[in-house]
Design a protein. Structure first.
Length: 270
């Protein structure tokens, strides 16, 4: 009979099992299990580490978790493309505007009507340019509207056909002209060279009237008619005053209402 170290009998046919061998076998199984568990845990740690490295959102949550509570982190400064930044910069600091073009010498004559202009016309003692008409016969229609959105900018003096038309002041005939709207017209330049007196819708000119002819206040220059767009049978004189706005230009000046000067309004003010 054989005995183990603990005096447990051993039978060679293995019918009797030694308790020492059982203990050794149990220890070997326990060690193997621990090694497997440790390997599994290590593998899981490796997997989690790889996922954290690859996923930035998990890194951000991890950083947030480890940050101190109650201490907010400043938001990162927004970035913008260079092209947009340049565009915004150009809006904040626009380039300087180019200087206005030189108007040229002709524009030096452009100005508004001043008190000096009105005082001068008052001193001219303008004559009502239709014979036998008085101040009470006149009606101020300077600001009335006309076709195509125009303003009248003149004074209509009603009179029978052929009524004599007289020069309103001293001056000279600067232009005899026939137009679609004005019909037969006459432009008289004042002796100062700064104002033009305009007579339109004439039936015809008086004998001897020509461009360049010197005129005296009250000289016969034409006759009342209905030419141009006056309307058939609508006989009247279309009389206007303008301040010359361009050198040697007999039309297109700055209009001045004739009515106050012809009726003797105080100071000729409009």
């Amino acid at each position: 009979m054989l005995y183990c170290t603990r005096n447990v009998p051993l039978i060679r046919n293995d019918l009797t099992i030694c308790g020492c061998k059982k203990v050794k076998r149990k220890r070997n199984v326990s060690v193997a299990r621990k090694r497997v568990i440790l390997a599994v845990v290590a593998l899981l740690c490796v997997i989690v580490g790889v996922v954290v490295l690859l996923d930035p959102r998990m890194r951000l949550s991890s950083e947030t978790t480890h940050s101190q509570p109650g201490t907010p982190k400043p938001d990162p400064a927004p970035t913008r493309p260079t092209a947009h930044w340049e565009a915004d910069k150009s809006k904040e600091n626009p380039p300087p505007a180019p200087p206005p073009p030189d108007p040229g010498p002709a524009m030096e004559w452009r100005n508004s009507i001043t008190d000096e202009d009105l005082d001068y016309l008052v001193s001219r003692n303008l004559l009502i340019p239709v014979a036998s008409k008085t101040a009470s016969d006149l009606r101020d229609n300077f600001n009335q509207g006309r076709s195509e959105g125009r303003q009248h900018n003149a004074l209509d003096i009603m009179a029978p056909q052929g009524t004599p038309i007289l020069a309103t002041a001293d001056g000279s005939v600067t232009k005899l002209f026939q137009s679609e709207k004005g019909g037969i017209t006459l432009y008289q330049l004042d002796t100062s060279g700064r104002y033009v007196y305009y007579y339109a819708h004439l039936m015809g000119y008086a004998e001897g009237i020509a461009e360049g002819k010197q005129l005296r206040r009250g000289d016969l220059i034409a006759y009342v008619g209905d030419t141009g767009n006056a309307g058939v049978g609508n006989y009247h004189l279309h009389f206007a005053i303008s301040k010359v706005s361009t050198p040697r230009q007999w039309s297109g000046g700055d209009p001045i209402n004739p009515y106050p000067f012809l009726v003797g309004a105080v100071g000729g003010r409009q």
